[in-house]
Design a protein around this ligand. Sequence first.
Ligand code: SF4
Length: 195
Amino acid sequence: MDETYPNVGCELTYSKDYELVIAVMLSAQTTDTSVNKVTDVLFSKYPTLKELANAPLEDIEDIIHSIGLYKNKAKHVLEITNKLLDEYNGVLPSDKDVLQTFPGVGNKTAGVIRAEIFKIPDLPVDTHILRISKRLKIVGPVATPYETEMKLKKLLPEDRWIKTHHQLIHFGRDICVARNPHCEKCKLCAFCTKK
Ligand code: SF4
C-alpha cells in the first residue's frame, strides 16, 4: 500500500469542519466526485453555518438532487447544522458517541470526521475496505463493517490507521474494484482468496 499509495487522503472538498460532516453524510452510497459537485454549489450559496442552517429545504433538495437518497440527506443537512448551532454553539464536538447523535452520522462517518478534523486515530470501514478485507481473508465472509474495523485496528498500530483507511479506499476504487477486479495489477495476489 505504501509503495502504491504513498500520499493519499480524503477526497471530499471542504473548508470548514461542519462542511466535512455534511460532505461525509452526503457521501453514503454515492461517490466523492458526485458529492464534491453538489457541495461546491451548496457551500458557495450558503457559506456560513448559520446561512446553511436557515436554507430552505426545497433549495437544498434542488441543489443535491443528483445524488442518491437526496430527500433524506437534505433533511439531515438542516438537522445537523441546526443541532450544531443550538446545542454546541457551532463548535463541532470530537467525541465519537456525541458525533453519532447527529442525524445521518453513524460509526463510520464519526470515525472519518475524527480522523480528518481532529487527527484522532481511527479506521472506519466503508464498502471498499469491507470487500478487500474479505478477499484477503482478514475477516470472514459474513463480517460486518464494525467487526472488520475492530480486526484491522487489532492488526495495525494506531499510527497506521488513518493512512491505511485512505490507502484501502483508493485500492478498492482503482484496482480491487467490486466487479472484475484488476488482479493482474495487484501486488497482493499471493494473499487473496479471489484471484
Ligand atoms: S488479487 Fe484481485 S481480488 Fe485479490 S486483492 Fe488483488 S485485486 Fe483484489
